[in-house]
Design a protein around this ligand. Sequence first.
Ligand code: SAM
Ligand code: SF4
Ligand code: SF4
Length: 369
Amino acid sequence: MSRRIIPVADLSTAPVIAGPTQTPSGVLHDALARPLRDLRISVTDRCNFRCVYCMPRAVFDKDYAFLPHSALLSFEEIERLAQLFVAHGVEKIRLTGGEPLLRKNLEFLIDRLARLTTPAGRPLDLTLTTNGSLLARKARSLKDAGLTRVTVSLDALDDALIRRMNDADFAVADVLDGIAAAHAVGLAPLKVNMVVKRGTNDGEIVAMARHFKGTGAVLRFIEYMDVGTSNGWNMTEVLPSAEVVSRIAEHFPLVPLEAHSAAETAQRWGYVDGGGEIGVISSVTRAFCGACTRARLSTEGKLYLCLFASTGHDLRALLRGAASDAEIATAIAEIWQGRSDRYSQLRGSQPADPGEPGGRRVEMSYIGG
Ligand code: SAM
Ligand code: SF4
Ligand code: SF4
């Protein structure tokens, strides 16, 4: 029997527009005065990996019912929503998933999004997060379509360990080839994300730092998070970023660097010898909700205001219900203005999305990382 975790828990309905029309002005603040600046768009809920911390095979097995194609937002629908989000102040769009490179003809979508400009006339920062398995094949066409840069996820250099972690028998060499291809075509600055699980891959921290030091790629260490409900998260498996930094500094001295912007998720550290920089994303031990400017659009067009939310706002219902641009822009404005999510700050003191009794957090593969 096929199973899906998400919709059972997702009690969302199409947004009801309550107030007067709100014409986008390029700035939209939420209830905690945080502007809307970033949009993460999940283009598929499917993936060719089964990373143990994200899509454990025991849950995402052959009986798991992924979304049917008709449920996915089309490229036209994504472009239309993206235009409205940009008019409201979004400057950066990240395509994600699931594995975004599995979405057929993704280059067509990138080509459309790359033509959007901010109200001030600037091009968007258009990027993508990928597991890298198809990147060697696709780097050139992604760049030609207008992608600015990529983030590649890689949790270890040890081949046996990486195969265990992705649980799909993909070799580390495939991902490294993808990174090299992205470099070669100028998808830069390239970032590499390593999720650190204490007791699983923390022994790879220094080797990863050594490998990417001096290459121009920025390696970022992400604390293992309690996203979704299927990965069996436990605090004992979180290695605090402070420890990551001190382990690296024992081998390669580091100095703290200024943030590029207040909304930056990673804290930056530079190699004293000029070998580039690393970043640490401390979602568990040092929450950054106060500067969170990110909205997330799920594969089927639901707007989520937090990575740890259990409910989304059904923008697809508006798109397919013949709502006008002005109506959809107003709905987006009302939803963002009502946002007070700050799950990581409150972690431990209350469950996710307290407004929805019994609600379950959406899975990261559905909402996009
Ligand atoms: N499939 C693509 C990939 O792996 O890069 C994009 C989607 S993935 C959900 C986005 C990012 O979320 C990846 O860098 C992944 O490592 C990270 N991620 C997934 N589950 C996580 C967890 N439980 N804690 C921290 N990061 C996680
Ligand atoms: Fe797939 Fe990315 Fe999740 Fe790994 S982290 S299972 S590659 S979506
Ligand atoms: Fe943003 Fe939610 Fe993460 Fe806080 S927990 S930084 S509000 S996505």
